[in-house]
Ligand binder design. Structure first.
Ligand code: FES
Length: 153
């Protein structure tokens, strides 16, 4: 789908920018927003590129850097930290072979940290794409990653 088609789908209005950016990002192979697409979007919507980039930079669900097919966001806010989020992070890093901010060599996972996901009652918690996982243990995250790898094989 082209940028123009995505804008047409949502309507060429400033208030639709987030939905438009979501769709543009979803159509990229590397789960990120590309500079040339944002420039094209700027022309179509008659918005400054700086405003579009500013919006994309503000929200953690958007990335201006290439990312894996699945984005893992581990909560590192105090309630999750107290419940052992640092151990979960080490388990994820070990399982995936990457550090925070990096993408696995097969481009399947990008590992990120985030602030509160709003599910502190099941801390420690993480989100993979749009799915929240709570009451995490080191064994549980390894099982979740194994299952996702099996499903994509
Ligand atoms: S502090 Fe982790 S979900 Fe709220």
């Amino acid at each position: 789908m082209s940028i123009a088609e995505i804008v047409d789908k949502h309507g060429n209005h400033r208030e639709n920018l987030l939905n438009i950016l979501h769709d543009i990002q979803d159509f990229t192979a590397d789960n990120s927003l590309h500079q040339n697409d944002l420039q094209q979007l700027s022309q179509i919507m008659c918005l400054p590129v700086s405003e579009i980039v500013g919006t994309a930079s503000f929200y953690t669900m958007f990335s201006l850097q290439p990312r894996g097919r699945h984005v893992i966001r581990l909560c590192e806010s105090p309630p999750c930290y107290i419940k052992g989020a640092d151990n979960i992070l080490r388990a994820l890093e070990q399982k995936l072979g990457v550090k925070v901010g990096q993408t696995t060599q097969d481009h399947m996972f990008t590992l990120e940290t985030t602030s509160c996901l709003g599910v502190c009652g099941v801390a420690p918690a993480m989100m993979i794409d749009e799915v929240v996982y709570g009451n995490l243990t080191e064994a549980k995250v390894k099982t979740i990653i194994d299952e996702m790898m099996r499903q994509s094989a």
